[in-house]
Structures are given as C-alpha cells and as structure tokens.
Design a protein around this ligand. Structure first.
Ligand code: FE2
Ligand code: FE2
Length: 285
C-alpha cells in the first residue's frame, strides 16, 4: 500500500524576559524570577508535545552580571532540546558570550561587544536573530549596519519559512513608558521585512505581555514573561508598574500543510485535565 508520509510539525517555544538574578535574589524585592523559570521549564517538559527548540528573546538576566549568567546557565541545563539566546537591554554581550562560550551562534557576527546577529536552521524553519540592543540604554535601534545584515541574510534563503527575532517590538504598543524605550528606526526595519515574504513572524520580548500588530506584510508580536507582566495601562502618562498576572510563553507550531500558528500558553500547574463528554459520549451537563 502506498501511504503518504505523515507531515511532521515543528514546535518553537519562545520564552522571554527571564530577568534572572544570582543566588535566588528577588527582582524588585518581590519577584522570584528563577523560581518562575523553573516553573516554566516544568510546564514545557510536562506538555503533551515537548518543543523541538527553545528561543529566549532577551533580558536573560537582570543586570548583565557573570554570576547571573552562570546561575541562568545552570537552570537552562534542565532543557534537553537546543536553546538559542538573544540579548535584551538588560544583557551584556561580552559577559553573555563569555559564560555561554559553547553557544557558537552567539559568535557568528563577532566577539566581545559586536552585535549578536545570527541565523540558524531549525528543522524546516529558519531563525534569524536581529540584535537591536544599544549597550547601556533601555531602548533599541535598527541600525543601518544591522538592517544591511538582515536584508542580505533574508535574501540568502528566500523560500524557507522564517522567524525574525528581536528584543524590542518594532511598533508602539500604547503603553507609554515602554514605548518611550522602544525601537528607533522601526519603519526602516518594516521596509526590509516587507521585501522578504518568507518571514512568517517577527517575534519580540521586552513588553512582558502578549501584543500583536501587523508589520511589513506579516505579524509582529511580543511574548509574555515567565514571572512579572508589565501593567496593561494605555494612558500615555501611565506609571511604570508591573503585576503578577498569569505568566506564559508562545508556542509557534509549524505544520507543512497549515503554516505557522502561534499559541499563547500558560506557565504553571492548573490541575488535571477534565472531559467534556462522559463514557457514553454524552456531553456532561
Ligand atoms: Fe524585560
Ligand atoms: Fe527589555
């Protein structure tokens, strides 16, 4: 019998804004970011489909210290699948590279303080990391050099479905104090993305909550954090505050027949699964 091969889905889990502090110290004196990451890893490993790869879209640690990166490295050892890192405005490139010296992709564009651009193949997908951080500054920028690299990198694989990853979302969210530390030159980035229709998603962090917008002919989105979320307050004068809302991550599910579908997934233990129907197939009333 001539059976068609079953199409194989591919799962990318996007974590972001881990803000790990060394030695279990709390962030802002109240957020156990290491404990929250452990909970998220528990969630990932217990899921019915374990992700094929994990990407972390920046703010890996809180202050860019070596002790923080070493503590993070120990926690990430729990993940059996490949893990790819990207810096955010809280990171320090040189220190990140020193501690994760065996993550060769971090050196694709240079060493030390060189921007951490890289592109890797991940199963049927291509992951293109665009480092938009500016050392010592909360906001980011799509620099001319970075955009030239991105344009050439995307042009090199025009057919393979691609996720572009960067820390700062390239759009205004309405959360004024975060937009004030957003991405400079986002319109130029949008023009580059628009030239490459194989880009399925532009995936970001920084906002500590899930937000989407159309962008350059595709969809740009931010992921929630594993711990604290930036307060949802669309007043331009809103104060910079966070809340312990339900934490989560994004699960980007690629299927050859259905394209790229993104799920917002909750981190944590929410109890057992419950049936909709009884043993006779009747809807439980
Ligand atoms: Fe962050
Ligand atoms: Fe950030």
């Amino acid at each position: 019998m001539n059976q068609a091969a079953t199409p194989t889905p591919y799962l990318v889990a996007q974590l972001t804004d881990l803000h790990i502090k060394a030695g279990g110290k709390l962030s802002y004196r109240r957020v156990d970011t290491a404990g929250a990451l452990h909970t998220m890893i528990d969630t990932l490993l217990a899921a019915p489909q374990v992700p094929d790869i994990v990407v972390v879209t920046g703010d890996l640690v809180d202050f860019g210290d070596e002790h923080e990166y070493r503590f993070l490295r120990d926690i990430l050892q729990r993940l059996p699948m490949p893990v790819k890192l990207l810096p955010g405005n809280h990171d320090h490139r040189t220190t990140l590279r020193r501690v994760f010296h065996d993550h060769g992709y971090l050196f694709a564009n240079g060493d030390g303080e060189a921007a951490m651009h890289y592109a890797i193949d991940a199963g049927p997908l291509r992951l293109v990391a665009f480092d938009c951080t500016l050392p010592g500054q909360p906001g980011g920028r799509a620099t001319p050099d970075g955009l030239a690299w991105l344009d050439a990198t995307l042009a090199a694989a025009p057919v393979r479905p691609t996720l572009v990853m960067l820390h700062h979302p390239p759009f205004h969210t309405g959360i004024g104090h975060m937009d004030a530390q957003g991405l400079d030159n986002a319109a130029a980035l949008e023009a580059v993305i628009a030239r490459h229709p194989q880009v399925e998603r532009v995936i970001c962090g920084h906002l500590h909550r899930h937000i989407t917008r159309r962008f350059g002919g595709t969809i740009a989105m931010t992921a929630p954090g594993p711990a604290h979320q930036v307060a949802l307050d669309l007043d331009p004068q809103a104060r910079s505050r966070f809340r312990m809302e339900p934490p989560g991550y994004l699960l980007h599910w690629w299927h050859p027949a259905h394209g790229l579908v993104t799920h917002l997934a909750a981190s944590g233990d929410y109890g057992p699964l419950h049936p909709f129907f009884d043993a006779d197939g009747r809807l439980i009333d």
